[in-house]
Design a protein around this ligand. Structure first.
Ligand code: FNR
Length: 332
């Protein structure tokens, strides 16, 4: 590819050129037939935007708050493993980009830079993503270390009782991680930390209700970027069921397949408070380090701003359910 990327999708090609094939496959791939991987992106294309006219859009305000932290736009950095495979500066570069873009980074439990390195490298608001080891005392040490180093929330990823791909990493994780963790263990987690707990990997209204009942601070609708269970529905297709189930009791966040500002607009219209972005951030990092991550976030912000202006939504709270129609709604 020649020239500057024009949109986030083009970073995927740049990353492919920059990375050894094995690393690129690790980042880009999904589970098994990769049906859900494709669907996560495709399902957005079946949702249409219904814009309003003659609204004063001379100023667009994309800012929002997440757990009380003000950010410049409803776009967070999703937790993804091993950023040093993409770039020698790893998660430190990603965190600096998050700070420059005034957004939140969720640091992966499987990061290649330490919790301390990332904390001391930037002013970004950081959350810490957690998997729970069989040896609970290790989880407790990690949680407390994150808390001490200024991480503002825990994101407990719950869609990974096993990893799926037969690699050494998967074998190690399957041995170390606690596949027996269940709803009652949220109480245990609450007992070892003062941080708010978000639960990542909710795909049904049923589980969303349970999550709200056990008192989490937020829910993340996610199918792990289609890397875990293939043939789950695209996350954008299940978002609304989750939003309806929680009835505003806790904020609902969203990830999976977000590649355009229009995707973010659609997720917000269907009830997400903000979206998280996984692969595009890694592709930006692989292509151009910190600058590439900044470019990726900035492109998404620019596209969201344009979408809001053209849809008659001067602020994120103006984006409503009536601004989108799903395929089913259009056919009836
Ligand atoms: C992930 N994801 C992930 N999630 C998590 O909770 N902990 C982790 O360590 C990882 N690691 C990871 C590695 C890679 C290479 C990818 C692509 C994803 C899932 C991630 O947080 C998020 O749910 C998805 O990436 C969102 O989908 P998109 O934006 O990649 O389509």
């Amino acid at each position: 590819m020649v020239g500057e990327p024009l949109n986030v999708n083009e970073f995927q090609e740049l990353a492919r050129e920059a990375l050894p094939k094995m690393y690129n496959d690790f980042y880009a791939g999904g589970a098994e037939d990769q049906y859900t991987l494709k669907e996560n992106v495709e399902a957005f294309r079946r949702i249409m935007i219904w814009p309003r006219i003659l609204v004063d859009v001379s100023r667009i305000d994309m800012s929002t708050t997440v757990l009380g932290y003000k950010i410049s736009a409803p776009i967070l950095i999703a937790p993804t493993a091993l950023h040093k495979l993409a770039h020698p500066e790893g998660e430190v570069a990603t965190a600096r980009a998050a700070a420059a873009c005034k957004t939140i980074m969720v640091l992966s439990f499987a990061s290649s830079c330490t919790v301390v390195e990332v904390a001391s490298s930037c002013q970004a608001v950081r959350f810490f993503q957690l998997y729970v080891y069989k040896q609970r005392e290790i989880a407790a040490v990690l949680v407390q270390r994150a808390e001490r180093n200024g991480y503002k929330a825990l994101v407990l990823t719950v869609d990974t009782p096993r990893l799926d791909n037969g690699s050494n990493l998967a074998a190690y994780a399957n041995k170390a991680m606690d596949a027996s963790i269940c709803w009652k263990d949220i109480e245990w987690l609450k007992s070892i930390t003062n941080l708010p707990i978000l639960i990542k990997g909710v795909l049904t209204g049923e589980d969303a209700i349970k999550a709200a009942e056990v008192g989490v601070a937020g829910i993340m609708v996610s199918n792990h970027g289609a890397r875990q269970l293939d043939y789950t529905d695209a996350t954008i297709n299940v978002l609304e069921e989750v939003v309806h189930a929680v009835r505003g009791r806790v904020p609902v966040f969203f990830d999976g397949g977000v590649r355009r500002g229009t995707d973010i607009f659609k997720a917000l219209a269907l009830g997400a408070q903000a979206v998280l972005v996984g692969r595009p951030v890694i592709f930006g990092l692989a292509a151009k380090g910190e600058y590439g991550v900044r470019q990726v976030i900035q492109m998404l912000k620019d596209e969201l701003e344009l979408t809001m202006a053209l849809s008659g939504c001067p602020s994120v709270k103006d984006i409503t359910r009536r601004h989108v129609r799903t395929e089913r709604e259009r056919l009836h």
